[in-house]
Design a protein around this ligand. Sequence first.
Ligand SMILES: Cc1cc2nc3c(=O)[nH]c(=O)nc-3n(C[C@H](O)[C@H](O)[C@H](O)COP(=O)(O)OP(=O)(O)OC[C@H]3O[C@@H](n4cnc5c(N)ncnc54)[C@H](O)[C@@H]3O)c2cc1C
Length: 455
Amino acid sequence: MPPFHVAIVGSGPAGFFSAASLLKLKDVAVHVDMFERLPTPWGLVRSGVAPDHPKIKMVSAVFAKTADHERFRFFGNVELGKDVTRGTLLDQYDAVIYAVGAQEDRRLGIPGEELAGSVAATDVVGWYNGHPDFVSAPIDLSIERAVIFGNGNVALDVARMLSMSPTDLRATDIADHALAALESNNIRDVTVLGRRGPLQATFTPAELRELGELSGVYVDIDPADLEDITEDDLDAAGSIVRLNIEALRDLAGRDRSSEQTKRIALRFRRSPLELRGDTHVQSVVLARNELRVDGTNGVKAVDSGERDTVEAGLVIRAIGYRGSPLDNVPFDEQRGVIPNEDGRVIGGDREYVVGWIKRGPSGIIGTNKKCAQDTVDTVVRDIADLVEESPRDPDYRPNAVSVSRHPQVVLAKHWNAINEYELEVGKRSGRPRVKLCTIPELLEAAHAMGVSAQE
Ligand SMILES: Cc1cc2nc3c(=O)[nH]c(=O)nc-3n(C[C@H](O)[C@H](O)[C@H](O)COP(=O)(O)OP(=O)(O)OC[C@H]3O[C@@H](n4cnc5c(N)ncnc54)[C@H](O)[C@@H]3O)c2cc1C
């Protein structure tokens, strides 16, 4: 098959796994150009995965290897819809793969949600991870009690980061501004609330066990939430849920020690009804739920009519991420994804989709590998005939973004300069990395060597 050219938009796991699958194809030399709106690659591996999970971030070494491939080019600080258009990409490439993830948060849709002190987990996670969009997110840590809505790993990540000791935080690559704020924060109590019960929670055992390892933190589980769970329930729920319940039972059986001055409480069967306060949130009104089996064999939470009011100065919704529409690309508003069949965009033109913007915001980093392979299989099937019929000149190279037209573009060598700088400053401070967190700082480090003038 003659060589062909693919644009990938987004440099998170889905984008990099797609690039790797394309570059390793045996019968065809695929050229891959990757466009990323930030000056930094890796998507949520850099800006989502918790700072105290360095092993998980090691997947970036795999992405770096892909980026070294001679048929791969990186174009950072280039946003589809702003710096480059869908039309240009379609003109210059044989196929375009959207790997833009899910950038927005889901809202609770209750009164008071707009009060100061009510924020999305996307803001908090972006803030502590140094995502440039969230450097100035209004995270008020002068308060004593935070409430987090959600029962997934993101809720537990946020609870852990808010409760971690300064010594442990300093050993991570947390953003400097977040480190400074968390070192002196007043939070003593974080309550994580789930709509349904422990059997329906989507967090995983390792994250639960980590809560129990935090120094100075007591994990408060109400044994009553666990006592009705039977062996049959656990058999039906599967091995991860079984391990979750074991971890919860272990935590529930521990006594609080005098050194444990902070508390993380996990409470179930509670839904938020209203956030109260004048301008700043002060309390949350909760409904107590009963669980009922619904028609599809799922379990749904039903308001029992009982109410609780909990004081809280910081309320964080960790109830899921959501994709957003892209420069005239077909979009399913209901599901917040790009509609597709086997990765092929429905209503698109040689356009494909992968990762969270294809499947919705679920699945771990590894899930995106199989997802990428599936999409790449579809790309190759679809465009084989096209490139056989009208092969491109072997020397053809797209130039959708050139340094002369977009001098602030961050090419691979510029990203390498940022990366080395962050690692070097980290080394000097005894930390894995010290992140640059604003676009001007990142561009200054990127172009410090004056390399922008040459492509
Ligand atoms: C808080 C959090 C913690 C997580 N922790 C873990 C964990 O510990 N372990 C684990 O295995 N998984 C974890 N995950 C899940 C994992 O991060 C996702 O499975 C994975 O990142 C999804 O990959 P993606 O490439 O689809 O999206 P993303 O990683 O979001 O990448 C999308 C990329 O597209 C870019 N982009 C967006 N719009 C445009 C545009 N218009 N133009 C150009 N570029 C654009 C974005 O800047 C981003 O770099 C976590 C997720 C979250 C939210």
